[in-house]
Write a protein that binds this ligand. Structure first.
Ligand code: PXP
Length: 252
């Protein structure tokens, strides 16, 4: 049976624009409501250590107002763990974070960081939060995620999206295909995201064992020209074209 592919809409960069002027507009929570109306299956927000886009008050409002599941992206730090345990979002995606980076560059080194990550995966899981680890599409990282007991991995699609067609994008796609197959074989739920747009989403959406895509920057940028609802509906159509017959289903 063809599995449904969920779309998680990342609203970080609505907050980036808001923060450029320090006021209340545009409101990322309003964007989350619009995304829900347009057919998003979940909302994703990254609370960074430096609060450059999403802020604590946004997370509070999202938890209070959202009807969709919230996927909170965060670094594995004690501060973030306390925030996640206080709010108990549907899911937490643990990501690497460097203050100097513009965006999340590369996945978590789960294999090299098992000792550090173990407690975060365990405590979040014990609180009923679905834990996902954002990793590069490498067998070594997938096996380490499995060994840690995380139920979900999100494959970093940045290298695939950043490689021009004809310059090796095919081999980056092959890495994603193989990693998604390995995730399935070892019992991990597989998500993917980073850098996806209308041009790159199709081949990733066609990988049958991936069940969720998280997309943000492109959707928010495109929304400036045609509106957020229309942009999300167009992305949804492109994803659905790759999964004919799949039906929206349960979140887990
Ligand atoms: N997934 C994860 C784990 C991310 O860190 C990001 C970027 O915040 C995304 C997906 C979305 O990437 P983009 O904004 O490039 O669509």
């Amino acid at each position: 049976m063809t599995r449904y592919l969920r779309l998680g809409v990342n609203i970080d960069h609505v907050a980036t624009v808001r923060n450029a002027r320090g006021g209340k507009h545009p409101d990322p929570v309003r964007a989350a409501h619009l995304a829900a109306e347009a057919g998003a299956d979940g909302i994703t927000a990254h609370l960074r250590e430096d609060r450059r886009h999403i802020r604590d008050a946004d997370v509070e409002r999202l938890m209070a107002e959202l009807t969709l599941p919230l996927n909170l992206e965060m670094a594995a730090t004690d501060e973030m763990l306390a925030i996640a345990l206080r709010h108990r979002p549907h899911a937490v995606c643990l990501v690497p974070e460097k203050r100097t980076e513009v965006t999340t560059e590369g996945g978590l080194d789960v294999d090299g960081g098992r000792g550090h990550l173990e407690r975060y995966v365990a405590e979040l899981g014990a609180a009923g939060i679905r834990v996902s680890l954002f990793i590069d599409p490498e067998v070594r990282q997938l096996d380490a995620a499995r060994a840690l007991g995380a139920p979900v991995v999100e494959l970093h699609t940045g290298a695939y999206c950043d490689t021009p067609p004809g310059a090796g994008r095919g081999s980056e796609l092959t890495r994603l295909v193989q990693a998604a197959a390995h995730a399935e074989a070892i019992g991990l739920e597989c998500h993917a995201g980073h850098g996806l747009d209308y041009g790159t989403v199709g081949p990733v959406a066609a990988i049958p064992t991936i069940v969720e895509l998280n997309i943000g920057h492109f959707l928010v940028g495109e929304a400036l020209f045609v509106g957020l609802g229309e942009t999300i509906r167009a992305m949804r159509r492109r994803m659905d074209e790759e999964r004919p017959g799949a039906r929206a289903g349960a979140v887990r």
